[in-house]
Design a protein around this ligand. Sequence first.
Ligand code: GUN
Ligand code: ZN
Length: 429
Amino acid sequence: MSQPHLLLGQTLAFTADPFAEGLSAARHEHRGAVLVEGGKIAETGPAAALRARHPDVPVTDYGEGLITAGFIDAHAHYPQTAIIASWGKRLIDWLNSYTFPEEMRFADPAYAAGIAARYFDLTLTNGTTTACSFCTIHPESVDAYFAEAQRRGLRALAGKTCMDRNAPDGLRDTPRSAYDDSLALLKRWNGHDRLTYVISPRFSPTSTPEQLEAMGALWAEHPTCRMQTHLSEQVDEVEWVHDLFPEARDYLDTYERYGLLGPGALFGHAIHLTGRERRVLKESGASLIHCPTSNTFIGSGLFDMEGLVDEGQRIGLATDTGGGSSFSMLRTMAAAYEIAQLRHRALHPAELYWLATEGSARALQLEDRIGNLKPGLEADLVVLDLASTPAIAQRADRAEDFWEALFPTIMMGDDRAVQAVWVNGKLAT
Ligand code: GUN
Ligand code: ZN
């Protein structure tokens, strides 16, 4: 058990969803404190009160630094770390030209281990304390990810990407091997330490109906796992799915009919949805994962944040590394802001920050563990410098309130804004 420790600084927590409750859902303390003990958040409140109650506990004073829950990236592809920012293609070409050749390399466990270490170095220096990642078809790629996360004490989610068609030789499994390998991996990792296994058919175009059915059966047998895939990212992709599954009512139905829908189902992108898909998604309790830097980078389209929130959909936020163009959840919040602006809705900084923390935690069904500054939750924290560059500092200096001081860091911040990261109650960077 780690010793108690008191962190002082500005603090930001949420008592409710700001999309529903407005600004009264946010609690900002200018001189706040977080007491960390045994890997958990033990207490939060005004610094003076906590110091008086715990006079002998060691203190780290971050001054004007902002202490919040660490960022939660609800959809990523860690094997695409080395090919992030590859120029000039749309989804299917981009997969064939850059992604599949790189993913082929993960048959080598040493290569997978090297990229997993690099990936967590990058996410942590960006203040991300939990990521939910696809791996490759190789079980070794899953072992590399979870072993590295476990070594660092991280809460992490991932699964073997399953594909049995429309992928090159060497990057296809079968319905049987996808089931068997995923089963062996979930037995090895799911629920161990802070790790959750995610059953991961890549998307309908690269799985036969037989494989989707096998994945649905596996999830029904192991309901504590999550299930992740992609849904309606690009218009061409949606048309391709109609050709591949002529019997399906729509793209979502290719998952629904095989048992791949329900609470704990995570659908990346979800841009070009029909009315039926939206209704069924809402009723099912599934989560939609917004990947804004990816949607602009690959030219996918504009996620309907306002409409989907109004319908009561469960929404998380994600980088989609390396279709996304950044490891930073600050950059990701900025892109979400810009996409919503193009649909004439200005997301408030409280809404953006909530999406990157508690919203993603709820999407991953982990809000009872992570995603907020709340006693009893795990102590995964980020400390932000709200004046990390001259451009940000001069704008923040003019701020009339806390939100105006935070917004320049959301819009212009990156890893330079990340002053410290605490993982499971211990200083990580
Ligand atoms: N759809 C299927 N696979 C992928 C992927 O790796 N990245 C993105 N952005 N979309 C996908
Ligand atoms: Zn993706």
